[in-house]
Design a protein around this ligand. Structure first.
Ligand code: SAM
Length: 223
């Protein structure tokens, strides 16, 4: 019992340290920082990486995929929160389920799509074990989730070779998509906002994501 309590306190301290690190990196939104304090990242990483779960690093989650670095998740989440503080949000690339849990902690109605069956199952188990209920789908996220559209926000957590047109069509009026666009080595974080029949673009710093594979992404054999 005592050991468990010490362990929990230790995790809280690690989350606080991660929060401080994020602040140093320029993440200042209090809601976002609180979500990072709430969600237990160590439960989304493989047991072999658990000790380091709160380091500002991406970790392998199997099948050639990663749980993104906390700074990356915080940066994308901040872009979303500042432009779209509530509503329906679709995440493409469930991966470990961590980003979905952060969005849930912020009060969004979350929908998430993963293309790799094993990761879809794994993330489902992790989210269920924490009592986090988000709508999940197995499939090609580049095609979106038409029955649930339109979305106030879409967050693509894999590298798109170009603007994902079908997803853009599933944005609500005024809705925003956060998507890294570029080649395999580096992508520019891009915000696309729907204004009637037009789309407005904002560009931010570079990141390195695993590829978005699918009909409107990279060919499948890159995944
Ligand atoms: N958001 C994840 C998290 O919090 O752990 C990290 C995502 S990982 C960097 C990218 C994920 O996108 C991988 O799990 C990959 O299988 C998935 N992915 C790539 N292309 C996809 C597609 N077309 N549809 C759905 N998921 C896709």
């Amino acid at each position: 019992m005592m050991k468990r309590m010490r362990n929990d306190e230790h995790k809280v301290q690690k989350r606080q340290a991660m929060g401080e690190q994020l602040k140093l990196g320029g993440i200042t939104d209090t809601g976002v920082l609180e979500a990072f304090m709430t969600v237990q990242r160590h439960l989304f990483v493989d047991a072999s990486h658990r000790t380091f779960a709160y380091n500002d690093c991406a970790w392998p989650i199997g099948y050639g995929q990663t749980i993104s670095q906390p700074y990356t998740v915080a940066f994308m989440t901040t872009l979303l929160v500042e432009r779209c503080p509530s509503g329906k949000v679709l995440e493409i690339g469930t991966g470990s389920g961590y980003q979905a849990a952060i969005l849930d902690a912020l009060g969004y109605q979350v929908f998430t799509i993963e293309r790799i069956p094993e990761l879809y199952e794994m993330a489902g188990r992790a989210l269920d074990s924490m009592g986090i209920t988000v709508a999940r789908r197995l499939g090609d996220g580049t095609l979106g989730w038409e029955e649930e559209a339109p979305f106030e926000g879409i967050i693509v957590t894999a590298a798109a070779p170009h603007e994902p047109l079908t997803l853009m069509g599933q944005l609500a009026e005024g809705g925003v998509m956060i998507v890294p666009i570029g080649d395999f080595g580096c992508q520019r974080m891009t915000v696309i906002r729907r204004r009637g029949d037009r789309f407005e673009y904002e560009y931010f710093q570079g990141f390195a994501f695993v590829p978005l594979c699918g009909r409107e992404g990279w060919p499948d054999d890159n995944g």
